[in-house]
Design a binder for this molecule. Structure first.
Ligand code: CP
Length: 314
């Protein structure tokens, strides 16, 4: 593929290939010399139109460790603030010959649109509530390492499903790899068509978590709620926040995940998040660098192959 825009159109064997490559980068990142030259000579531009800690930092580190020239656009200080559109911004940067564009945008579909206008590889770092493909891939690598497999697992994704691109990318990925996916949350935060997504839908944590292998908690995304129903945090934690009593319904060796940023005491009890016997939240962050290195290396290989292919004569 030329771009990484979502999990929806990726085949299961491509997911496995990417995760296998990412495993080698986990080892590299744990070594003293963390460098490789897979992206040497290539230019990577990171454009984040929305706040980020994990995704921005790990894409930057990933590019630098693979030898790319990495530039971070500070969108708050860019000409977007003077009214320049997303497409004009992309065309402007495209004229500087980047090879990889990493883009996060608050609007669903914005990254796909941008990818049609440029002639480099585009990686979606999260668009609105649509997709966050590298998050699902890093979650998959974390699960595979913790559980020893990435199939026939029961995964409960809990909380604000309606506004979550993480949930959507994970539903695609876990479904393609033949897992049983449950969505657990209040009906007001459950998309109306969720029951048609090949998942089971619950509004009760005790039932939804029963015998789960993986419990994935999501943040309450108030910034995307447009003044719609926002539950009180106390009430929300009581009914849907992950605490020891609710986690007891999952399997004894169930792992706890959260993509971050976390709101402790809202969707997850801080004690559970910090329990190194159950929580793999810091592993998810570590896997994020390795997965993003693998994604960029594979796209760069495709880009180089396309550029060196003989041109068709009209
Ligand atoms: N999980 C995630 O995307 O985190 P950031 O918003 O900090 O990048």
């Amino acid at each position: 593929a030329r771009h990484l825009l979502g999990i929806e159109h990726i085949a299961p064997d491509e997911i496995t290939t990417l995760l296998d490559l990412a495993e080698t980068y986990v080892d590299l990142n744990r070594s003293t010399d963390k460098h490789d030259n897979a992206l040497q000579g290539l230019t990577q531009i990171n454009m984040f139109f929305e706040n980020s800690t994990r995704t921005q930092a790990s894409f930057e580190l990933a590019g630098k460790r693979l030898g790319a020239d990495v530039m971070n656009m500070h969108m708050q200080a860019s000409s977007v603030k003077k009214g320049e559109t997303l497409i004009d911004t992309a065309l402007t940067l495209n004229a500087m010959h980047p090879d990889l564009l990493v883009v996060r945008h608050p609007d669903s579909g914005a990254v796909n649109l941008l990818a049609q206008k440029v002639n480099c590889a585009v990686l979606n770092a999260g668009d609105g509530r649509h997709e966050h493909p590298t998050q699902a891939l890093l979650d998959a690598l974390t699960i595979r390492r913790a559980k020893g497999r990435l199939h026939r697992l029961t995964v409960a994704i809990c909380g604000d499903i309606a506004h979550s691109r993480v949930a959507r990318s994970n539903i695609w990925l876990l479904g393609k790899m033949e897992n049983r996916v449950r969505l657990v949350g209040p009906p007001t935060l459950m998309p109306s068509g969720a029951a048609d997504w090949g998942v089971e839908v619950y509004d009760d944590m005790k039932e939804g978590l029963k015998d789960a292998d993986v419990v994935m908690m999501l943040r309450l995304q108030k910034e995307r709620m447009d003044g719609a129903f926002i539950p009180s945090e106390r009430e929300y934690f009581h009914r849907y926040g992950l605490d020891a009593a609710k986690l007891d319904n999952a399997k004894e060796d169930a792992i706890v995940m959260h993509p971050g940023p976390m709101n402790r005491g809202v969707e997850i009890d801080g004690t559970i998040a910090d329990d190194i016997n159950r929580s793999v939240i810091q592993d998810q962050v570590e896997m994020g660098v390795a997965v993003r290195m693998a994604a960029m290396k594979l796209l760069a290989d495709n880009l180089k192959a396309a550029r060196s292919a003989p041109k068709e004569v009209a």
